[in-house]
Write a protein that binds this ligand. Structure first.
Ligand code: GMT
Length: 373
């Protein structure tokens, strides 16, 4: 098959899933064309069967905002015709689904049929998508897609609750390459700032408000009242600088290590003992799944689809949004008891196998096959 993939090329989960899916398909011999405004972070230029087409902008003094959707649509038409694509898979509805719909309409005029799949990832529905400035276009383009998938049951339900949807939505959960996160393949010794024997708490996100990173610091503060511990923060975003300031104000700065955006998150997760994800909204929680595959129990909220990934009392703990006291109690209990910690680690790792790429990628392929036929 010749498949076009549209995604955000950033460190966000939707871009990561789109990239990993494209790589997995290319490794099976399919021809995969990424169409986006810059090379996706995890996309290696040397991979066979993988092509990257940059969306370029013609800016003009009249444009206060460059019309990305128009540029993307034109690029989609061009790549679909020139490379004779069989189908398009767009990740994150805004503005990818409406650009795909528009490209499909243009291509039809030119005698080419190009079905498209839209995968909903989270904030394209639960946050920005339902805002009045985008809602009608998101709703129309979901209804007009040839197939729609959501990354969790919770996100599917949110979509049905927030939009007038007149079509089916298939749930295909996110996935990972479990081998990459296998902690048995420890490659990097612990750095000096993480002394042996001191429990390491980890959080990874895009540092947006919705992730409630201040709750991560709150939990760490409470844990530190009675335990030695270190906190590793992976990622970057608007909340990073405020969190550095907060860490200093709380006298925790010597024990919090900000690592910024990282390509090889699996190498860093291996230093951790527990993973914190106190998000306000989370359609799935890919970062939690990556942590579980690395053998870290997850201490999260019960927001959105997190309970479909993290199982309370088995692979970690789930609390209501904002309940940092309860979350800190669970962390203290676990880091103070080696037996509980190692049981949770084993179960977290075992659960991650349910989301192995070998299990999930065939579900996308079956969907593509149905569409093309
Ligand atoms: O975080 C976002 O704003 C967007 C998006 C992204 O690109 O990272 O995250 C969403 O998609 C991920 C991949 O499907 C999910 O694992 C995240 O839970 C989801 N984020 C939210 O729902 C906040």
């Amino acid at each position: 098959m010749k498949i076009g993939i549209v995604c955000y090329p950033t460190f966000g989960g939707s871009g990561v899933i789109a990239t990993e899916l494209g790589i997995a398909l290319a490794m099976q011999g399919h021809e995969v064309h990424f169409i986006t405004y810059s090379r996706p972070k995890r996309l290696n230029a040397l991979l066979p069967n993988v092509y990257y087409h940059e969306v370029s902008f013609q800016n003009y003094a009249l444009f206060q905002y460059p019309p990305y959707e128009t540029a993307l649509t034109s690029r989609l038409v061009d790549v679909a015709l020139y490379h004779n694509l069989d189908l398009l898979h767009v990740h994150y509805a805004i503005p990818h689904a409406s650009a795909a719909y528009f490209a499909q309409s243009i291509l039809r005029e030119k005698g080419k049929d190009l079905p498209f799949v839209t995968t909903l990832h989270g904030t394209d529905i639960t946050l920005v998508g339902k805002a009045p400035s985008y809602q009608s276009v998101v709703e129309f383009s979901i209804n007009s897609s040839n197939a729609v998938t959501a990354v969790s049951e919770s996100l599917k339900q949110d979509t049905l609750d927030n939009f007038h949807i007149n079509r089916s939505i298939e749930v295909i959960p996110n996935f990972i390459d479990v081998n990459r996160f296998d902690s048995a393949k420890k490659r990097h010794p612990r750095p000096a700032y993480l002394p042996e024997g001191v429990p390491v708490l980890v959080h990874a996100s895009n540092f947006r408000k919705v992730k409630r990173v201040e709750d991560v610091l709150d939990v760490f503060y409470l844990v530190r009242q009675s335990n030695q511990a270190k906190l590793i923060l992976i990622g970057d975003g608007p909340e990073r600088v405020p969190m550095e300031v907060l860490g200093r104000q709380r006298g925790l700065d010597k024990d919090i290590i900000f690592l910024g955006n990282q390509d090889r998150v699996e190498d860093l997760l291996q230093w951790g003992d527990v993973f914190l994800l106190p998000s306000e909204k989370e359609s799935f929680g890919l970062a939690a799944l990556e942590a579980m595959a690395s053998g870290l129990p997850v201490f999260s909220t019960n927001a959105g689809g997190l309970s479909e990934v993290n199982v309370h009392n088995e692979t970690g703990y789930l609390v209501d949004v904002g309940d940092t006291t309860r979350l800190a109690e669970h962390v203290c209990e676990v880091i103070g008891n080696k037996t509980i910690l190692s049981q949770l680690k084993i179960k977290a790792k075992a659960r991650s196998q349910a989301f192995a790429k070998e299990v999930i990628v065939p579900q996308y392929l079956a969907l593509y096959q149905r569409l093309i036929e």
